[in-house]
Write a protein that binds this ligand. Structure first.
Ligand code: GLN
Length: 447
């Protein structure tokens, strides 16, 4: 009730929630009370949370922040939603995001932008901007997010919280509306690495309903949190400290690396030579997968349907034109283009080859170091509207986060300082496949 009241007071300013689920929240809180009264216990039983509005919920609308799904109620809940409900968590509602998770500022939402709680004239980052803002403003202690090219880590950095993109295959994608299936991964966003570990413990599990779910997905993320960092080998990629990095961000991240050294880590410089190609590779592959995934929104089955139509083709065309926002249409056009006959080899196939090189960079690096550390973003939160006229400048906000998704490895962002103007700065930890627990351990010791 306290949090619902706080949401009621602050959400008009922040716009972090698309749906506040007052009635269902109070009912599941009562249910959690009853379970506690029966002597049941569990680390998440009765704790409040909220889901990014990309996770399907059977009893509430799931919009993906799109007009296309404005009135959509899913016939089933996502595995992640079911698992957290089974753990006794009380879901307070659905959080704002970029439309279909496409964006880095939460400004492509059909429901309007989210405002950064540290300065409401600034963006919270995206696409999980509602999740990051809600946690940072204390509307919920933890939230779910999804990360296709940085959408958990970048908003976590810009809002001063901790978030982890788990190893691909750790968290079930069943019921998580698909953007780019080979890159999408759900994960926790919270005020500390410990809270992230607690949530990830309940989220991660093998799910036969997701064919890319890993059989060894589950793990105990809390057990190793306190391990000392003595002897930890930290690699700092040269490519992450070049042109375009804000000096205040560089200084704060350097101070963070020094702190890791004080905690017992040995620090060495490494190379990720193909990282400069990550953004261009991603913006071929992610739109290609998106154009395919989003073809299901045809105006016939469960989406926005245009009425003034002349025939079936016209129905598809008008429904999709009216239902999708400009950024989503841009991605579909790019994706259809790079997959089309005559261009497939030049773009899609080439990008898949570069993806292998990027993966290979990490394989080589993790033969030498345990964790790779660098900035999460090239700069702190930017002004609302500042990058809207130039999509490429917006795409560069993910210059340090995207390679991780292309490789499928885990990565975490945590706060490491503030700019002089009081905006949070994030530091990124990247690990080898299934080293999610090590990243949480390093972040926990640091915090
Ligand atoms: N900002 C990137 C994009 O617009 C990544 C988004 C994401 O991770 N969902 O595609």
């Amino acid at each position: 009730e306290t949090l619902l009241q706080r949401i009621h007071t602050l959400n008009p300013q922040l716009n972090a929630f698309i749906t506040v689920a007052e009635a269902t929240a109070l009912a599941s809180a009562a249910e959690a009370d009853a379970r506690l009264a029966k002597g049941e216990s569990g680390p998440l039983l009765g704790l409040p949370m909220a889901h990014k509005d990309i996770f399907c919920t059977a009893d509430l609308p799931t919009t993906c922040a799109s007009k296309m799904l404005e009135n959509f109620v899913a016939p089933y809940s996502a595995t992640v939603v079911e698992r957290l409900a089974a753990a006794g968590m009380v879901m307070l509602g659905k959080l704002n995001m970029d439309e279909f998770a496409m964006g880095s500022s939460n400004e492509t939402s059909y429901f309007g932008p989210v405002h950064n709680p540290w300065n409401v004239d600034m963006v919270p980052g995206g696409s999980s901007g509602g999740s990051a803002a809600a946690v940072a403003a204390g509307l919920v202690p933890v939230a779910t997010g999804t990360d296709t090219g940085g959408s958990i880590r970048q908003p976590a950095a810009l809002c001063g919280i901790t978030g982890i993109k788990p190893t691909y295959g750790r968290v079930s994608r069943f019921g998580m509306i698909a953007f780019a299936s080979s890159l999408d991964q759900g994960g926790p966003m919270a005020r500390s690495a410990e809270d992230c570990a607690l949530l990830l413990d309940a989220m991660a599990a093998h799910d036969p309903r997701d064919s890319t779910s890993h059989p060894a997905a589950a793990s105990d993320f809390l057990r190793g949190l306190d391990r000392p960092l003595q002897g930890l080998r930290v690699g700092v990629p040269e490519e992450f400290f070049g042109e375009g990095l804000d000096p205040e961000v560089a200084a704060a991240v350097q101070a963070g690396i020094d702190q890791l050294a004080k905690l017992g880590a040995s620090v060495q410089s490494i190379r990720l030579p193909n990282n400069p190609h990550a953004v261009s590779t991603y913006y071929v592959l992610a739109p290609a997968e998106a154009s395919s995934n989003l073809s299901r929104f045809d105006g016939v089955r469960y989406t926005h349907r245009s009425h003034a139509v002349e025939n079936l083709d016209d129905l598809y065309r008008k429904s999709r034109y009216e239902g999708f926002g400009a950024e989503v249409r841009r991605r579909i056009l790019v994706g259809a283009y790079v997959l089309s006959a005559g261009y497939y080899d030049a773009y899609y196939l080439k990008a898949q080859q570069v993806r292998s090189l990027i993966r290979e960079d990490f394989r080589r690096a993790f033969a030498e170091v345990d964790v790779i550390v660098g900035p999460t973003t090239p700069g702190p939160a930017f002004g609302l509207g500042a990058k809207n006229a130039d999509p490429v400048s917006m795409y560069l906000a993910d210059i340090y986060t995207i390679a991780v998704n292309l490789a499928g490895i885990p990565a975490l962002s945590m706060p490491c300082g503030f700019t002089r103007s009081g905006l949070p700065i994030g530091m990124q930890l990247m690990g080898d496949y299934f080293a999610d627990d090590l990243l949480l351990n390093v972040a926990h010791r640091y915090q």
